[in-house]
Design a protein around this ligand. Sequence first.
Ligand code: IMP
Ligand code: MG
Length: 183
Amino acid sequence: MHPDVKNILYSEEELSQRVREMGALITERFADTANDNGIVVISVLRGAAIFVADLVRCIDLPLEMDYMALSSYGNEATSSGRVRIEKDLSTSIEGRHVVIAEDIIDSGQTLQYLIPLLKKRNPASIDVVALLHKEVEGQIPVDCLCTGFECPNEFVVGYGLDYAQKYRNLPYIGILKPEVYQK
Ligand code: IMP
Ligand code: MG
């Protein structure tokens, strides 16, 4: 285990098992509605990149992958409350079935900003899947097709999740030792 990690919350095996289940759920959700164009899976960069890379391989439908980069966090371990677009989609989502994939729902601000923004582009549907959902007081409720795990309100890293751009490459998700970000 990485020395900056206090303990492991979800092991590589647990993540892979849950991601497989989420892929099956998405496949089922669109089995009747997705035509030859399939669905568009939007990865919210950078945190969701690793999750989505695994997730799409568990979805048995034609699909397109696209990427959007938003920022609300900076390098801090608490939400700054501001969201802005750093990179927009490359493809039009008009008339398409869209699945937004997020690494973690914390304050809910990112999705509160993103969902209405994408709705204005007239997709056929929008669904959200999130690997983790944190229990946070005052969280903006976000309707999800599915979430992977209910996560304790701690700062977690690994499997795409970072602190100051570090730890994304850990194969598991763990709680970061508070002394690392309190330095
Ligand atoms: P929200 O807008 O507050 O819901 O925050 C969503 C974003 O904040 C996520 O996509 C993450 O990039 C980041 N974030 C929130 N909690 C954590 C955490 O515990 N570890 C790493 N990143 C986090
Ligand atoms: Mg982040």
